[in-house]
Ligand binder design. Sequence first.
Ligand code: SF4
Length: 307
Amino acid sequence: MLRNKSVVFYGSTESRTPSIKDSIIGKFDEIIERLGILNVVRNKVVMIKTDLGYSSFISTIHPYIIGRIVKKIKDADGKVFVSDTLENYREAVYRGYTPEVIGCQIYPIAGIRDGYFYERYVDYKGLNILQLGGFCREADILLAISHIEGHNTAGFAGSIENIGLRCYTARTRYMIYKTMEWDKYFVREKCRNIKDMKNICPYNAINIVDDELRIDFRFCNQCMRCKIVDKNDCLNINRRNFESFFEAMAMAAKYVLEQYDEPNRFFINIALNMTEDCRYWGSITGNILPDLGILGSTDILALDKAT
Ligand code: SF4
C-alpha cells in the first residue's frame, strides 16, 4: 500500500509530554515502524548510507540515532553496516562514530583507497563514467539517513545529494561538479578587462587560466558583481550551467537506486542542526533554520520535496 503512494512521514521536535514516545526519538521509532523497514531485513544485509561529517563539521546526525536503528535491524535478524565517502570515514571516530558506539562496522563507500567501485558508462557534458562505490553492492537493502544542511550548489543536502554524490568515488563527484563548466559562458575575443572580473568576485569563484576566464561554479553565489564590470558583455552567468549539476546528480542517484529492488529502498531525512553550509567546508556555520524534525519515506523525491 505504502509503495503505491508518495507518503512522507513527519515527526516534529515538539513534545506534548516529557516521554520518550512523544520525543523526537519516539517519533523516529514510529517512522521506522511505519516505513516497514524491519519487516524486510531478516537474513538481509542493510547499508545505512549516512553523513559522518568532515573535519570540524560536527552538525551531523547524532551517533545515538544511528546506533538505535542498527540495534533494531539486528534485533530483527538483519545484518547491517554504515558507509560514507572515504574523507568522511577517515575522521568519523572524532565525531563519535565507532563500531562500539553504533553497534556495527563502518566502511568507506569505495574502499580505503577509493578504488573499489563499479563503472557505469554515461555521456553527459564531460561526465563519461560513474564510479559507484563497491559497498553499495554489498547490501540488499538501502537505508539512506541524511542530514539536512545548506549546500552551495544543490541548494540543500538531502537524500538525493546523499546518494547521488556520496555513493561515488571522489573522482566521480569532481566530474559531476565539472559538468557545470561544459556550456560556454565566456567569449575571450570580446573581453578587454578580464582581471577586473576576477578581482571583483567576492567568493574567489573566478580564475584566469591560460588567459581564459574560468568560473568554479561550486563557489559562485550568482551575485552578478562580475557582470557589473563586464563592459563588453563577454561573460554569461547562465542558469543552464548550474542546472547541469542537478541533471548529473540525478543521473548518479538513479544508478544507485537501480542497485536495489524497489521494496528495499528507504530514506530518512534528519532536519536538526541545519547549518548554512554543508560538511564539505569542514567547518561549522550557524543554523539557517530552527530544528524541523525527522522525515521518512520510501519515495526519495517526495521526501526531499517535503523537506
Ligand atoms: S556572479 Fe559568481 S562569478 Fe560573478 S562575481 Fe558573483 S560569485 Fe563571482
